[in-house]
Ligand binder design. Structure first.
Ligand code: KG4
Ligand code: ZN
Length: 332
């Protein structure tokens, strides 16, 4: 079984080829970051036009790298949501057209499920776990009871964790996206210099809130004694520490309450070096196994979409060609 998977939910044009027996054969990602940097964030119209021109070459490169001909594809999958409507429609329409032309099954995949299951890649069996999905668009804790057995434990009430990184990056005058830049600058900073709020850490539930933290950074900026590189690094480290403390604290509460023995960390923010380190220490201390995907599988990619598609194929859970995009698609 060979699957062609497409992902165009935001600003990455991605295609991957996966084989049930041989694993991941190719994963191509054409990033649009440079195009959107001038605007300080993703411009949907620009993203959509770029997907339109990039998708065919990205698919061709994936096929070439995999050494697979289009006629050998057994199923075509694409992200149906959540995401930007004008971006989603390019990948989903292309996948439907290819499936129709090839007379092969089509699978519409939930982007959040792609992230959620990426730490288990390439296992054919999904164990029970507590999943934390942290990306630019999502922050949610999910109880995973095997493939398809998802229960929402808590999610953000306002900004996603990655969105907070990007907005704080913008406040600090850093290039888009702020997350990786803040991660790097924080390496030389003092995480204890500025005491930012750990919002909702003791709220007694598993909900998150990051908009207050962003506001706290905004209020601090005019009061800074200087704008030196060292002070900037301290702001980055202190902000990052506040986000990480909340994510680690809530995840440990969730995994303890559910009685699971594994934490599966995913989404773009799971690339964060401090989050990986502190989550690792906390899980080890609690006797919990921590699974984190390879960095290439953390930010948006089509391999994670193909991975979900392979699990769906095993169950012959195909999607009708009438399936439409859903920008607000929920996981559960
Ligand atoms: O999963 P992703 O590629 O797209 C969404 O589904 O949203 O996540 C992108 C997000 C951005 O907000 C970016 O700033 C953040 O992931 N990110 C990071 C790091 N690398 C990417 N945030 C913190 N530290 C990083 N190293
Ligand atoms: Zn994503």
């Amino acid at each position: 079984m060979i699957v062609l998977a497409l992902e165009t939910s935001c600003d990455e044009t991605a295609a991957a080829i996966l084989c049930q027996e041989r694993g991941l054969l190719a994963s191509e990602v054409a990033s649009q970051i440079a195009l959107h940097q001038a605007y300080g964030g993703v411009v949907p119209e620009v993203a959509s036009r770029q997907h339109l021109t990039q998708l065919r070459p990205v698919i061709a490169t994936a096929l070439a790298h995999a050494g697979v001909r289009m006629e050998e594809i057994d199923a075509v999958a694409a992200t149906a949501g959540p995401g930007l409507a004008t971006s989603l429609m390019i990948g989903l329409s292309a996948a439907k057209g290819l499936a129709l032309g090839l007379k092969k099954p089509f699978l519409a995949i939930n982007h959040i499920e792609g992230h959620l299951l990426s730490p288990f890649f390439p296992s054919p069996c999904i164990p029970s776990a507590t999943g934390l999905v942290v990306s630019g668009g999502h922050t949610l804790l999910v109880d995973v009871d095997g493939f398809g057995g998802y229960r929402l434990l808590g999610q953000t009430r306002d900004d996603a964790a990655g969105e907070a990184f990007d907005k704080v990056g913008k406040l600090l005058g850093l290039p888009y996206p702020g997350g990786p830049v803040i991660d790097k600058l924080a390496l030389t900073g003092d995480p204890r210099r500025f005491d930012f709020p750990r919002s909702m850490l003791d709220s007694g539930d598993l909900a998150f809130s990051f908009s207050g933290l962003k506001t706290a950074v905004r209020y601090l900026l005019p009061k800074l004694p200087d704008r030196s590189d060292a002070t900037l690094a301290d702001v980055c480290a202190s902000f990052q520490e506040a986000v990480v403390d909340v994510l680690v604290g809530k995840t440990l509460s969730a995994v303890r309450a559910s009685g699971r023995k594994t934490v599966a960390l995913s989404g773009g923010v799971s690339c964060n070096s401090r989050l990986r380190a502190k989550m690792g220490v906390a899980c080890r201390g609690a006797g919990i196994e921590l699974l984190v995907a390879d960095a290439a599988l953390c930010t948006d990619n089509a391999a994670m979409i193909g991975f979900v598609a392979l699990h769906r194929l095993q169950r012959e859970a195909y999607s009708p060609l009438t399936t439409d995009i859903d920008p607000n698609l929920r996981l559960v």
